[in-house]
Design a protein around this ligand. Structure first.
Ligand code: TEU
Length: 543
């Protein structure tokens, strides 16, 4: 299916819309908000996992891949959602979590009970010298191995200890996963996101990480990952008109050129994260540094041109449910919320790739800025709070870090209007609503024709209306400038230029705009010379 003309919207179901007052978003709630999404102009909705799960990691710990978690509704409700989406010409993208299952999944329970077949669905090792099989750290902190006394063995979990890694070298596991994809295809789902799918093939699980770290060099972009993806493609989504995206953790351009090659043998596109680590000090998530803009720009340019040269397709995004809000991170949510949100959106939507909007970014939602650990719910945040405390950091310091980095920053409930709990729920929300909801909400955005919301609508309109946005070549501009990120998209006689001032200060630029018209700009009367704080200008010319 063509995905170059499409825009994807990510719904975090738990925080989107509650319909029954239990404080959790649900499917009926989503259905009631579909017209809002239709009006925005999006084509696909990616739903974070909604299947049965103990919710240790908000659904990324799946206990049954074929059943909707009752907290979201029933499988019948899902069919209703599917129908309602179809009526609006919106596609559904499901989130397939295949690197691991919940330890409450029946496969794992059977494994624990000593069933050999199911034990081999997971990765087990004996301890070494009375300790863990290797020194690997889980991505959520703590050891990546958990001991099971009954079996006198450890199982591998790259994430939480309730998320046991599946053994993809076992053909039966691969078949189970293809069957699950086919099950959802039979229910009318044609788009899939594959969670951390470049971690499924491990080089080895027996060697210590020489850097005393998480062991990622032994399981990232592993030896058989391309083979497994080709197989999954051939056995499931490759047989229908589908769109797929793989979440690629710490990957390389060379591997992504294969994962997302336009030959279509593996996936349609990839999510990569290098550009979202430019504020990690020493590449460590819990160490803060200001955004390294030059590094950010260089990464964007390298990946944009590299993927294009190799005939591969990227996804475009700055936000998702694991990232702090881009407006708070790359923009200025206090002094220039509108200007910087629009600039970041123009930048994201007009590069080469398929853009993803994370719920709420289209109305300028910000980080949560929670001030107490009791407000945080994410397993990663609560683990890290403990670990950083043990390291001797003060609570004040840790709060500062969490306010910048916690995944809960983007998970606060969608802000619909200025009524209690932002119109998200009549009950007690599972995660506190960000207090700025009285101003920052969808109802206000819809009333203001200059709002961020309508800007997103216009950007989506540009993608639909201009082939150069869908297919144009990417050419970096102003490469050495330390304040402006700009690029040209070129296709036959068409040229689209996007100029973004990434800072809250003015800047003079020299650009020969002869023959160009201004398609959009986030300030009135741009002169294409004196950029104002966070100004963005989109220029177009056809010879
Ligand atoms: O995330 C994978 C991942 O590696 C991260 O973005 C993760 O949040 C980060 O490393 C933590 O610092 C995916 C999902 O998007 C995430 O929500 C899940 O928790 C994770 O996989 C496990 O399934």
């Amino acid at each position: 299916m063509n995905f170059k003309d499409k825009v994807v919207y990510q719904v975090y179901p738990k925080s989107f819309q509650d319909s029954n007052g239990d404080g959790w978003g649900d499917i009926k709630g989503i259905i009631s908000r579909l017209d809002y999404l239709k009006d925005l102009g999006i084509d696909v909705i990616w739903f974070n996992p909604m299947c049965i799960s103990p919710q240790r990691d908000n659904g990324y710990d799946v206990a049954d891949y074929r059943q909707i978690d009752p907290r979201y509704g029933t499988n019948e409700d899902f069919l209703e959602l599917s129908k309602a989406c179809k009526e609006r010409n919106i596609l559904i993208m499901f989130d397939m979590v295949f690197n691991h299952t919940s330890t409450e999944h029946e496969w794992f329970k059977k494994a624990l009970a000593g069933d050999k077949k199911y034990k081999d669905y997971y990765i087990w090792r004996k301890g070494k010298n009375g300790s863990y099989p290797t020194n690997w750290q889980s991505k959520f902190g703590g050891p990546a191995w958990e001991y099971v006394p009954e079996l006198d063995e450890y199982y591998l979990h790259l994430f939480d200890k309730t998320q046991a890694d599946l053994n993809w070298d076992n053909p039966e596991v691969r078949k189970e996963c293809a069957d699950i994809v086919n099950y959802w295809i039979s229910k009318g789902v044609y788009c899939f996101r594959f969670d951390v799918v470049n971690l499924i093939s491990k080089y080895t699980v027996d060697e210590d990480d020489p850097n005393n770290f998480d062991g990622r060099q032994f399981y990232t972009d592993g030896p058989r990952v391309h083979e497994y993806l080709k197989e999954l493609n051939a056995d499931s989504f490759g047989n229908v008109e589908s769109i797929t995206v793989g979440e690629m953790s710490s990957t390389t351009l060379e591997n992504c050129a294969k994962y997302a090659n336009e030959d279509g043998k593996e996936l349609s596109m990839v999510f990569t994260f290098h550009h979202l680590k430019v504020d990690y000090k020493n590449m460590k998530k819990w160490e803060l540094q200001p955004v390294d803009f030059m590094q950010f720009k260089k990464l964007m340019n390298t990946w944009q041109t590299g993927m294009e040269e190799k005939g591969a397709w990227p996804s475009l995004f700055l936000n998702n449910h694991d990232q702090p809000r881009a407006l708070s991170r790359f923009g200025d949510d206090k002094n220039y919320p509108k200007e910087s949100a629009k600039m970041l959106a123009a930048f994201t939507h007009l590069m080469r790739g398929t853009p993803y909007i994370y719920q709420g970014e289209e109305i300028g939602m910000t980080n949560a800025y929670f001030t107490n650990i009791s407000q945080y719910k994410d397993v990663e945040s609560t683990n890290i709070f403990k670990l950083l405390k043990e390291e001797g950091k003060s609570e004040e310091e840790i709060y500062h870090i969490l306010q910048e980095r916690s995944r809960d920053n983007s998970r606060t409930p969608m802000q619909w209007d200025d009524s209690a709990n932002a119109g998200f729920t009549d009950g007690e929300p599972w995660l506190q609503v960000q207090e700025n909801y009285r101003n920052v909400n969808a109802a206000n955005a819809l009333k203001d024709e200059d709002s961020i919301y309508y800007w997103y609508k216009k950007l989506i309109g540009l993608r639909k209306g201009y082939k150069v946005v869908q297919e144009g070549k990417y050419v970096p501009l102003f490469e050495e400038d330390d304040q402006v990120l700009a690029f040209e998209r070129k296709l036959d006689k068409e040229s689209l230029v996007v100029i973004c001032n990434f800072y809250g200060k003015e800047k003079k630029i020299v650009f020969n705009a002869k023959g160009y018209e201004i398609l959009l700009s986030n300030y009135k009367d741009s002169n294409i010379v004196d950029l104002r704080p966070y100004e963005t200008i989109i220029l177009y010319k056809k010879d």
